[in-house]
Design a binder for this molecule. Structure first.
Ligand code: HAM
Length: 450
């Protein structure tokens, strides 16, 4: 039975008590993306396995150990996306977006799947907010993308996040670096784990992000890529730094950042927090000037980042970041009998049509229990309808915060009066809108000023 009521290890549910907070955070992200000119893209949750092998790189931990790969009924090798960049670039090429004026700037919210050891901030199904700026070679683009991530964190009032940047050069300077790395790791060959011994042959840079303690100890003393980059890459990096400084974005250069995915070139960066334990990287990204070509397209230098939504939510929680209140139920309509229920259903329908949240009981509760439930829902207003109200055509609209009541006419409840909709009237009551002298607010509901 436990199998039926327990989610799979490394996955988590987002319950209503938390989901509204995440909606707010996602709203902040989308708003920032819009202000920076990024528009949403949605791509499938699974892709051909080869796409990730080619882009993320088949010597990376992600491809070698962490992908959820299966053979479908048509005998194809399919993989649940471990990240969002590959799918976005695939869609960019498939739909010919590279023929549009560049850059094409897209953003996305995706679920991602990696078979990693679950711990705080590390899940097997997690979510990312990411952006990709496709077709922008200049350092202004690097600064812009970093500034967008920073904008999100600033709007959310995240504290203590540090931005680390590095340049890992282009394929030309990389060759020299790979050589230096190979020489260094060769002298430690016997101590390296089996996977890293294979990496030493195929891609020694990947040894730098091996999670085994012995390999990472050896890797910590390895040559750093920043010492090997060519003049063009250095010039690009210097300009990125200048632009960041011009925007007052503080950064630290961390020459050990190489990122765990193969497609990166030149600028790489991470936003890291000390407040959420070992998995403190809330956002990571960088340039991938060769990826579009690697996937069969033209040479289109590009870059982007992704932030882990669960990690960010953990961080906001640990910092007790103020969040907006959950939306309230505007009106709860309590009904005493069948005739009143009919009236409640109709009223709710009118009120919802006017853009407000209107609820009524659907479980056959007594009036007393309905009112208790309305309290629990934190309803702003309640109306109780029974045979007397129906007979008089009027009911009392109670402001649950102040305890005050006003009389409302049932037959015109949901209609506009004097050009002011019920929505505005009710919001007006709550927000203390001032009406013209001599205007009787009650008349809005009784139809007196009609
Ligand atoms: P990434 O560094 O692999 O980069 O992931 C980006 C972010 O996703 C991480 O900084 C972290 O916040 C979150 N994340 C990664 N793995 C997990 C996990 N197992 N559980 C929870 N959160 C996780 C990418 O995915 C690149 N596609 C980013 C990018 C876009 N680069 C250029 N464009």
């Amino acid at each position: 039975m436990a199998l039926l009521t327990k989610a799979i290890r490394g996955t988590q549910d987002l319950l209503p008590a938390e989901s509204y907070k995440q909606q707010y955070v996602e709203g902040v992200m989308l708003d920032a993306a819009k202000r920076f000119g990024f528009r949403e893209i949605r791509t499938p949750v699974f892709e051909h396995t080869e796409l990730f092998q080619r882009s993320v790189g088949d010597t990376t931990d992600v491809v070698q150990k962490e992908m959820y790969t299966f053979t479908d009924k048509g005998d194809r090798s399919i993989t649940l996306r471990p990240e969002g960049t590959a799918g976005a670039v695939r869609a960019f090429l498939e739909h010919g977006l590279h023929n549009e004026p560049l850059p094409v700037k897209v953003c996305y919210f995706t679920s991602c799947y990696r078979y990693e050891k679950p711990q705080a901030g590390r899940l097997r199904e997690f979510h990312q907010f990411g952006v990709e700026c496709l077709g922008a070679a200049e350092p202004e683009a690097d600064a812009e993308v970093i500034a967008l991530a920073k904008d999100v964190f600033d709007t959310l009032e995240v504290k203590g996040l540090k931005l680390f940047i590095n340049s890992i050069g282009c394929p030309q300077c990389r060759a020299k670096y790979q050589e230096a790395l190979r020489e260094y790791f060769e002298s430690h060959r016997e101590e390296l784990c089996e996977t890293c011994q294979e990496r030493l042959r195929r891609n020694p840079m990947r040894i730098l992000d091996c999670k085994s303690p012995v390999c990472s100890e050896i890797a910590s003393k390895a040559p750093v890529v920043l010492d090997y980059i060519c003049d063009d890459c250095r010039d690009h990096f210097e300009k990125v730094k200048k632009y960041l400084e011009a925007m007052n974005i503080e950064y630290e250069i961390d020459p050990t950042i190489v990122r765990g995915l193969d497609y990166y070139t030149r600028t790489v960066f991470e936003f890291v927090s000390q407040d959420i334990g070992a998995q403190g990287t809330v956002c990571g990204g960088g340039r991938y000037d060769g990826l579009v070509e690697e996937l069969g397209g033209p040479h289109i230098p590009s870059l982007g980042f992704a932030m882990g939504i669960e990690r960010l939510m953990l961080l906001l929680k640990s910092q007790q970041t103020p969040m907006p209140e959950d939306e309230r139920c505007d009106i709860f309509i309590a009904a005493a009998d069948d005739e009143a229920k009919l009236c409640a259903v109709k009223l709710a329908s009118d009120i919802r049509g006017d853009g407000l949240t209107a609820l009524y009981d659907v479980t056959g509760r007594s009036i007393k229990a309905q009112m208790k439930y309305a309290n629990k829902l934190n309803a702003r207003y309640t109306v109780v309808i029974g045979s007397r109200e129906i007979e008089n055509g009027e009911a009392a609209l109670k402001d649950m915060d102040t305890g005050e009541s006003i009389t409302v006419k049932l037959d015109t409840f949901g209609e506009d009066f004097m050009g002011i909709s019920v929505q505005q009237a009710v919001k007006g009551l709550g927000d203390g809108i001032e009406f013209a002298d001599g205007f009787d607010l009650n008349s809005l509901f009784t139809g007196g000023n009609k």
